[in-house]
Each structure stands twice: as structure tokens, then as C-alpha cells.
Design a protein around this ligand. Structure first.
Ligand code: SAM
Length: 257
């Protein structure tokens, strides 16, 4: 299916990264945001706008408005900063792309929430303090499946494709360990991704997937469905073989309710 083609997504990545007219600032959801080079650029994809809608960062809808919020893959920081502006008291914005970490810090300053938003360079959960827990753990992921042997040509491409879904596999297994009791793990995915494969990975990791919300966005000639998925352990004590012995090892792995 054309919409799921990793080559097509890599082409979209190249266009967004190298466009000579790539803006240094953009406006989304009524606010202005800084955009650094090599960082995932919301003006070139409808998915960030979809993410903002699905999370309810718009009038009249529910959103994480209190507690702590961990964003994996923050890009420009638009979602992490919006979470702080919506009322979250403590936000950790992480990304594997160091320029994205700088970008999130810049946008936290721009919007006056630098005291509540910390930006951290991390491959998924690797650099996060072992004792930290979050009410919401969230990733707007690089949901397009690339062949397992694909080698990234730029850090920017990491925003678009995940070779062999290695990062998704880790997220499904590790994310529930970082929630507070009763906290939620959320994943933003779309039909550019391989939902069947995601379910296989979830089954193998003892995770249940539940689509909370969906929205459709037009991207050029394509209509793309985006979804907010809740990830929960199938059993409260689920601890699949090989899962990282994380900070929650001394307590049961808690689901989101
Ligand atoms: C689709 S972009 C979303 C960016 C931003 N949250 C937004 O909505 O505009 C996915 C982000 O995940 C990051 N990413 C990819 N693999 C990662 C990993 N293993 N650990 C942390 N971040 C990762 C990418 O660098 C990229 O910034």
C-alpha cells in the first residue's frame, strides 16, 4: 500500500529537511513555534496537528491538564510545551535527535514554561532518571515500518521510519514501567504504519492496545487516519522475558486502569 511505503516517507523526510524555503518559525493552534534545522517539521506533515487534536490541545476537549507528562520524541517541543500550557506541572521532553532537544528548550522559553519543561537527549527511556514516574507517557512515533536492515542517512529520518519496529517494540515493553500507579501510556500512530504488526508486537510483549480516538487528515492527495492508542499490560504483573529491568522492578507494573 502506497501510504505505508517507507521509501515514500523517506522522500517526505528529505523534502522537509532540505526545502530551501523551510521556515524557522511556524504557527500552529494559535501559537508561534521555533523550528531548528534537522528537527521534525510540523509544517510539512499533518501528523503534529492531528496529535494536538487527539490529545485535546484545543478548546472544548479533554487533555492531560495536570500531573506529570513524559514525551518521547518531542521534536520542536510543541506537544510538551502545550502540555505545560494546558496545566501539567512537570514535563520531560526527550528526543534521540539532539537538535530537537535544543528546539524543545527554545520553545519552552518562548512560551514561558521553561520552569516546568525539561528537555533531555535520550534514546527512548535510556537517559531518564531511574526513580522518575509520570502520569502520562506519550510518543507521537515514527510509525512507518522500514526494513529491519535499513540504515538512517540522517537523524531527521528517525522522525519518519522505524527499521523493523525495533523502537516500537521497546516502547511497548518499557513504557509501562515509567508510569505512576494509575498512569497512562499513549502512542500516536496512523495508517501509514502497520497496525497488524504493532498488534503482534504488543501480544508478544503482553500489552493490550486500545484506540481511544481517531481523526483523519488530508496530506496532499492522501487521506491519513491518525489514532491515539492506549497501551496497557495484559496482566498487572506482566513482565515479558528480556524486558529492561527498569526502575519499576520492585513494584508491580501498573496499567492505566
Ligand atoms: C513524528 S516525530 C514527532 C515530533 C513531535 N513530537 C511532533 O509531534 O511534532 C517523532 C519523533 O521521535 C523521535 N525519535 C525517533 N526515535 C526515537 C528514539 N529511539 N528515542 C527518542 N526519540 C525518538 C524523532 O527524532 C522525532 O522527533
Amino acid at each position: 500500500m502506497q501510504i505505508r511505503s517507507h521509501l515514500r516517507s523517506l522522500e517526505r523526510s528529505r523534502t522537509a529537511r532540505t526545502d530551501p524555503d523551510r521556515p524557522r518559525r511556524f504557527t500552529m493552534r494559535g501559537r508561534e513555534w521555533d523550528l531548528l534545522p534537522d528537527v521534525f517539521a510540523p509544517p510539512y506533515s499533518a501528523s503534529t496537528d492531528a496529535a494536538m487534536e487527539l490529545l485535546g490541545f484545543m478548546a472544548g476537549t479533554q487533555a492531560p491538564r495536570q500531573g506529570s507528562f513524559l514525551e518521547i520524541g518531542c521534536g520542536t517541543g510543541i506537544i510538551a510545551v502545550s502540555a505545560a500550557l494546558a496545566g501539567c506541572e512537570r514535563v520531560l521532553a526527550t528526543d534521540i535527535n539532539p537538535r530537537a532537544v535544543d528546539n524543545a528548550a527554545l520553545n519552552a522559553l518562548r512560551h514561558g514554561v521553561a520552569d516546568r519543561v525539561r528537555a533531555l537527549h535520550s534514546d527512548l527511556f535510556d537517559a531518564i532518571g531511574a526513580d522518575q514516574r509520570f502520569d502520562t507517557v506519550y510518543w507521537h512515533s515514527n510509525f512507518v515500518l522500514a526494513p529491519a536492515d535499513h540504515r538512517y542517512e540522517s537523524v531527521h529520518d528517525r522522525a519518519y521510519v522505524d527499521p523493523g519496529y525495533a523502537a516500537h517494540r521497546r516502547y511497548l515493553r518499557e513504557a509501562p514501567r515509567w508510569t505512576t500507579p494509575g498512569g497512562s501510556v499513549l502512542l500516536h500512530f496512523s495508517d501509514r504504519g502497520d497496525l497488524d504488526r504493532l498488534h503482534e508486537l504488543a501480544d508478544a510483549s503482553g500489552r493490550r492496545l486500545e484506540v481511544l480516538r481517531r481523526t483523519r487528515m488530508r496530506e496532499g492527495t492522501e487521506l491519513v487516519e491518525h489514532m491515539l492508542i492506549k497501551v496497557s499490560p495484559v496482566r498487572a504483573d506482566a513482565d515479558p522475558d528480556g524486558a529492561r529491568p527498569g526502575p519499576g522492578a520492585a513494584r508491580p507494573v501498573r496499567g492505566s486502569g
